[in-house]
Write a protein that binds this ligand. Structure first.
Ligand SMILES: [Zn+2]
Length: 452
């Protein structure tokens, strides 16, 4: 069972307020005891500790020296190996050449008993209080975590801050540095192979990560931030673990939305100069599309789940719409997420939606044929699988937070008459997790009439 409260951590923010940038470079590489042999067993990947002068266990990797008071386990001995495997991936992701990072080294403290580390002088005076993790200059502090996955995650999270600080000048504003660190720290480590930047397909293997559970709990409520609300997180926002979840989701969304993907791609490999100007510059680039982006965000988070096909779930908006239109006919694709009907709804509008067609929502072992009422063999989100569903979604066009829920879900089926409870864009899709959409075939003929 996930215990999200233990997953809270607070890092880096005070560092930014002090404006401290990494200054210490240790170029002395002592490659001790980390050679791997051809045996792919965990023991072969796990380093053996030596005892340092203060009586702590020390594991020496190429880029990370890990100091800990915890008993030796294979998973702990593997941490410097994981860290070394992440280095070329961070370099590739942020456009930092190997010739630059090949000599970078840092020290990581994996802490069981804080007092022991304090007494040994491993907490410098400029290290602020932290809950779970912190990075300062060429040092990382990580509290012990309740799962092997989350211990590695935290070390990779702090490692991402460290790499961005060294490679890009600084790690960026709160939403960006925490979102990036979360995105890259979410990983797979299987049979000695590391994959960063993984979108979790299930809870198993990501124990104590919990970000999607937080999003699912808050979406559709007043607690869910708007997209701009995430981008404007202040320096203390990440004292709440929810802010890590939303920052992580915002990075995934902006990197995959066609209106923001290019701006994000350029940002990723650019030096981060002034921290505050990064968000201002990005927002000014995206502002012409902000209504679409912020509405898409509110719709997109409704479906976000383990195994989501992020790209397929990005809502498709029509490029030209007449806000006064009161009717529409279109073919709803059954292999995509939310699709714009082209109609803008006002609170109190009487909406009639009719859907007709026969389509395929699965192929294993036989084609699963479906009609707009869906099939009751299986349910998703409390509705029959394959049923036509609707969403009235609104954004924050002027950068203002909207009051009240930003979305209204509609159970459409073959026919629905409904009085809109809010303004917004009318979107439609079939009811199925996005991870299962790709093998669908066909479309649904949809007719919509609005009486005002
Ligand atoms: Zn962080």
């Amino acid at each position: 069972m996930l215990d999200i409260s233990t997953a809270k951590f607070f890092c880096n923010l005070v560092m930014l307020r002090f404006g401290v940038i990494a200054v210490v470079v240790c170029c002395t590489l002592t490659n001790v005891g980390w050679a791997q042999n051809s045996d792919d067993s965990p023991q072969a990947r796990s380093l053996q500790p030596t005892s340092n002068p203060n009586g702590f266990r020390e594991y020496k990797g190429k880029h990370l020296t890990l100091v800990t008071d915890l008993p030796h386990t294979e998973a702990i001995g593997e941490l410097p190996v994981v860290f070394d495997a992440a280095m070329p991936m961070w370099g590739e992701y942020f456009g930092v050449d190997e010739s630059e990072w090949s000599g970078w080294t840092c020290t990581g403290y994996l802490i069981g008993d804080r007092n022991r580390f304090q007494q040994a002088g491993y907490f410098p005076v400029n290290l602020p209080p932290f809950v779970n993790g912190y990075q300062l200059e060429d040092r990382l502090w990580c509290m012990e975590q309740p799962s092997d996955y989350y211990r590695r995650h935290l070390m990779l999270h702090e490692g991402t801050h460290w790499f961005m600080t060294r490679g890009l000048g600084n790690p960026g504003p709160p939403w960006y540095m925490e979102g990036m660190a979360e995105k890259l720290a979410t990983h797979q480590w299987r049979n000695g192979e590391l994959k960063l930047d993984v979108f979790p397909d299930r809870r198993e293997g990501f124990e104590y990560w919990g970000r999607l559970l937080l999003i699912k709990k808050q979406r559709g409520t007043q607690q869910a931030p708007t997209l701009e609300g995430v981008l404007r997180y202040g320096p203390t926002a990440h004292q709440q673990v929810e802010a890590y979840a939303w920052s992580w989701a915002a990075i995934w969304f902006l990197k995959n939305h066609p209106r923001s993907a290019e701006a994000m791609r350029k940002l990723q490999k650019a030096e981060i100069g002034n921290i505050d100007s990064l968000t201002t510059k990005l927002l000014s680039q995206l502002r012409p599309h902000w209504e679409e982006l912020s509405t898409s965000w509110n719709a997109w988070i409704q479906q976000l789940d383990y195994g989501s096909d992020v790209e397929r779930d990005i809502p498709l908006f029509q490029s030209m719409t007449d806000p006064k239109s009161s009717s529409a006919t279109f073919a709803l694709k059954v292999d995509r997420g939310w699709q714009d009907s082209g109609l803008r709804i006002k609170e109190g509008d009487q909406i009639t939606i009719e859907a007709k067609g026969r389509y395929q929502i699965g192929s294993d072992p036989e084609p699963w044929w479906c009609e707009p009422e869906g099939i009751t063999i299986d349910y998703f989100g409390g509705q029959p699988l394959g049923k036509v569903v609707g969403l009235i979604a609104r954004g924050d066009a002027n950068g203002e937070m909207v009051s009240g829920p930003s979305t209204e879900l509609l159970s459409v089926g073959s026919k629905l008459k409904h009085v809109a409870k809010q303004d917004g864009v009318l979107l439609l899709r079939i009811n199925e997790p996005s991870a299962s959409l790709s093998d669908n075939q066909g479309s649904v003929d949809v007719t919509i009439e609005i009486a005002r």
